[in-house]
Write a protein that binds this ligand. Sequence first.
Ligand SMILES: Cc1cc2nc3c(=O)[nH]c(=O)nc-3n(C[C@H](O)[C@H](O)[C@H](O)COP(=O)(O)O)c2cc1C
Length: 199
Amino acid sequence: MSIQDAVLLKELMSKRRSVRSFSEKPLSVDFLEAFLYAGQGCTSADGRRTAPSAHALFPLTLMVVVRHVDGLVPGVYSYDSQARKLVRTQELIDDGVLNSAALGDETWLEDAPAVIAVVAERQSAIDHFASQQADGLRGARYVDFEAGAAVQNIYLAVTAAGLGGVVVMGFDDIKMKEALRLELPYFPVALFCVGHPLN
Ligand SMILES: Cc1cc2nc3c(=O)[nH]c(=O)nc-3n(C[C@H](O)[C@H](O)[C@H](O)COP(=O)(O)O)c2cc1C
């Protein structure tokens, strides 16, 4: 690591923008795996990851709704941070379902070749930090904060790859939980639509 690395990082950060229009070109699985690693990849034998976590609790999991990714059958996948592997867990979500859980008409939720979902064991984090703040707000805040760190890492990795994407948090929590067919203890925190920018 050197001052040159810091300068490169600065340049990368200056180029980060939200992109909401995607070409039909499929995403490569290598790029997708690089973005998942940026978000929650395991970086040490004791389970530390690319993004920080309060009390090293690591309540986040990344899932991916795969529509057009070279080398992957469309469907819903879960990212195993430790093994750095994608595991297919469900069939593809029907057209219209993700968008109907959004608060606005977020067409990019369905146009993007892949949508990374940051989901959390939110109640475990709330319970874990309840002794510090009994109303549970501390644990909930930490989950949101950690998701923000993961998403920023993903934004920067996507920018470095010359691709584009946008975080979406404007959704109905319960409807999105159902749309992603999440079972307890998982709760949806943020979505990141990613693909090749149009133009
Ligand atoms: C917490 C948070 C929630 C966001 N939710 C949405 C969203 O629901 N839909 C969307 O299109 N963009 C969403 N965005 C992206 C912002 O609109 C975007 O970051 C902002 O317009 C600034 O543009 P930039 O990212 O290109 O700098 C969200 C951003 C943040 C930080």
